[in-house]
Design a protein around this ligand. Sequence first.
Ligand code: NAD
Ligand code: UPG
Length: 455
Amino acid sequence: MQITVIGCGYVGLVTATCFAEMGNRVSCVDTSTQRINALQRGEAPIFEPGIEALITTNLRAGRLAFSTDTAGACSRAEVIFIAVGTPSAADGSADISQIVAVASELGRTLDQPAIVVCKSTAPVGTACRVQSVLDHQCQRRQVAWQHRVVSNPEFLKEGAAIDDFMRPDRVVLGTDDADAERVMRALYEPFVRNHDRILCMSRRAAEMTKYAANTFLATRISFINEIASLCEQLGVDVEEVRKGIGSDQRIGHHFIYAGCGYGGSCFPKDIRAMLQMAAQYDMPMPILHSVEARNQQQKTWPLRMLKRELGNLHGRTLAIWGLAFKPGTDDIRDAPSLVLLDALLAGGSSVQAFDPAASDNIAQRYPEAVKEGQLKLLQDPYAALNNADALVLLTEWKQFRQPDFHLVAQRLRTPLVIDGRNQYDPQTMASLGLRHVGVGRQVAPPAAPVLREVV
Ligand SMILES: NC(=O)c1ccc[n+]([C@@H]2O[C@H](COP(=O)([O-])OP(=O)(O)OC[C@H]3O[C@@H](n4cnc5c(N)ncnc54)[C@H](O)[C@@H]3O)[C@@H](O)[C@H]2O)c1
Ligand SMILES: O=c1ccn([C@@H]2O[C@H](COP(=O)(O)OP(=O)(O)O[C@H]3O[C@H](CO)[C@@H](O)[C@H](O)[C@H]3O)[C@@H](O)[C@H]2O)c(=O)[nH]1
């Protein structure tokens, strides 16, 4: 099939390369000349395991092409995916102006009917808006055809994006057009060979499904983080509780890991967008407000623990392992590391940090601190520990799972490990002379509850 993908970010590139890998001819467009030039040389502008190999193979095979010319790239396309950004506007709502701009351009320039697919995460009603923008242009140009708009939200996770796309749990197609459904089913058929995991529904339901999925996952994380806080008060280990509840099949083990909060380009933004969608109908959505508030609070957990253990942090040197919002990516958008770095740097602490992928992005965000030497971004995780008053683990990269604890204890000035992702066993750490502070797993005896008089 001849496909065009508009937007060469995480979603656009993964979509394009995976469809090309299945034998389709895919043209990719982006407004960034720099991005397109790099892609034409086979260089990925994003950090995503496996993406560069897919780009190179499919470029060489002639199934993949990159350009900045939308009209040219769409001239023979049967299916056109819109995978541009939908960032938060000032009020928290999803800004769909990039989608609308693409739709207008397509309406003005397409000389054949196409299936236009909204892949970006966008509020309920966006696909209908794209349809009316296209319809309006067709009427203006007095052409005889109508484009068909499908909502096809994407569920990939950064760091595992190719695997998620190649083996999706489900493919959601929002359309009531039988022809469009047939073409889209055929396109996705190679990815759902074992059994049909394609779910067809209305465009509005497809859009809502994406927001409901993300906000539900975020709710699970904030829920376990709240339970973890209570565990800290009660002297209970939340890791035991996690296993205890996760083994109930109705709950399951996924997305119930307590930590220092969720970040990334999706959960925070999509919760804000969902709240704004609801606000238009005067819906208060108290659950989602709490999910968001709990997450903000959770991101301050590492700082609170450092203060509890060390007192005043002014003049202290702190080591951080992991700056990306999760392992497998260089993405620092809404990462818990930003909350900690902002506070430590403003409070006069020095930071020595290591991340396998995200250091460049952090350097761009804190250029002054890097220049003045207050923030050192190191190439070696153990070099970050030299004379530090504590090690704070924020991202659970695999290489941090079994570090040389003897070296950790030797390098640190104070043997304190703040484990923001519950990676380490408190007993093992204690046996090595390291004080370990995990999320929701204090080993202290339970404190007395505040007793209230029963009336
Ligand atoms: N990142 C993820 O893990 C993920 C997963 C699922 C869904 N989503 C959603 O998918 C959408 C895209 O996310 P992303 O992370 O790929 O964004 P991104 O910012 O990485 O990429 C978007 C790209 O679109 C380009 N672009 C903007 N306007 C354009 C135009 N008019 N023509 C051509 N290119 C244009 C930008 O230059 C950029 O390269 C968002 O709605 C996001 O919420 C993201
Ligand atoms: O039990 C858990 C699981 C995750 N996280 C955190 O949650 C955030 C998001 O993680 P993850 O969902 O793995 O990453 P994303 O790449 O943001 O993917 C989410 O957002 C995408 C964009 O919409 C969706 O497509 C994916 O399905 C959805 O998982 C990260 O900060 C994680 O550290 C936890 O704290 N505890």
